[in-house]
Design a protein around this ligand. Structure first.
Ligand SMILES: [Zn+2]
Length: 364
């Protein structure tokens, strides 16, 4: 299996288009056509992790945090990032990162945290924007059904728990085939009027190419006329953070203790408990306090996240309890997401979890 094939498995789960604007997920170091001998999974890429990969014979590292985040202007070995990049190149190790796209995908970082806490009825806290488009095409009436079925089979037309959603209007299309054409109906060089269906449906942008390919394949016309309109609607199947419910309410302090234990957090910082019992829980792995408005709007009793600053704890304002469980602690199970995904699809070489403790923060 080649590097680009491993990347395809990862991106089939967490599309790169789901990443935030500031992010740098994807293949960062290495050649896509290089043969993979083993994969090492980690949260961060450090020289120690690269040394571990070399020792294990793994020539691809899959990390949560991108090793190269900002532009690198020189590689002189000054600083951890430069040293790590140089070491990876020297040892022919490919480095791939799946960061905010794995945060945003259903089943990603925050979902995994929610599962660890036993949450049910989880939904995305801040749905992705700009990921839905309206696809419109014009089909001869007799072919409308076959084209509809093809685009639905490719994933179009899903709204909430409904599938096969479309709108169809009868009308007529006009066209005249020029030199080199072979019209499906009508005659070359003559204006033709054909009864057609204007077929419109909704498509997530990350599968648009697949849907358009299926549409063109099923459509009888030589030149398929279609439009793609961007939509302002939120895409509720993906986005940052989750909110869900505990099966039973738990008093505040025992809940905080449960979180501390679940994430092996040596220190949980929390704002004043506001509710006697906790049942509705909002979560965002990593630095997630910017999602506090969404956590409040979701009627959550608590918001579990990391990297909360002193003044941001005041923003809880007796409306919610903010828990800061530590950045690494909150994201540690991301390695399991990668492992579950890759080990199921790869059998001819090892997929290994790094044993290096990359958390740069110590507690005393
Ligand atoms: Zn992070």
């Amino acid at each position: 299996m080649k590097v680009h094939e491993v990347a395809s498995i990862l991106e089939g789960f967490a599309p790169l288009s789901f990443q935030e604007d500031y992010d740098n997920s994807g293949l960062l170091i290495g050649e896509p056509n290089h043969e993979v001998t083993g994969i090492l999974l980690t949260i961060d890429v450090t020289p120690e992790v690269i040394a571990e990969a070399v020792e294990l014979g793994a020539n691809m590292i899959v990390a949560h945090h991108p090793l190269i985040f900002k532009g690198l202007k020189r590689l002189t070995g000054s600083g951890l990032v430069e040293r790590s990049v140089m070491l990876a190149i020297r040892h022919n190790i490919a480095v791939y990162a799946s960061h905010t796209n794995t945060d945003s995908v259903e089943g990603g970082v925050s979902f995994r945290m929610g599962h660890k806490l036993g949450l049910t009825d989880m939904r995305v806290l801040k749905p992705l924007s700009g990921n839905l488009v309206k696809l419109v095409t014009f089909v001869p009436e007799a072919y409308a059904e076959v084209v509809r079925e093809a685009i639905f089979a490719a994933g179009a037309g899903v709204i909430g728990n409904y599938d096969s959603c479309s709108y169809n209007i009868q009308g007529f299309g006009t066209f005249r085939g020029g030199e080199g054409t072979n019209p499906f109906v009508g005659e070359k060089g003559k204006l033709h009027v054909e009864p057609e269906i204007r077929l419109e449906t909704i498509v997530p942008r990350h599968i648009l190419n697949r849907v358009v390919a299926a549409m063109i394949k099923a459509h009888p016309y030589e030149e398929v006329a279609y439009d793609v309109y961007p939509l302002e609607l939120p895409y509720t199947k993906a986005g940052l953070g989750v909110v869900g419910n505990l099966p039973e309410p738990i008093p505040s302090i025992p809940f905080i203790e449960l979180v501390k234990q679940t994430f092996s957090s040596p220190c949980v910082k929390y704002s004043n408990p506001t509710k006697e019992n906790i049942q509705r829980v909002a979560i965002c792995g990593g630095t997630g306090i910017s999602l506090l408005p969404q956590a409040l709007a979701s009627s959550a009793d608590v918001f579990v996240t990391a990297d909360v600053k002193y003044h941001q704890f005041f923003d809880a304002d007796s409306r919610i309890t903010i828990l800061d469980i530590g950045h690494f602690e909150s994201e540690q199970f991301t390695i399991d997401i990668f492992y579950d995904l890759l080990s199921k699809k790869i059998s001819n070489f090892a997929v290994l979890k790094s044993k290096v403790k990359t958390n740069p923060i110590n507690y005393i």
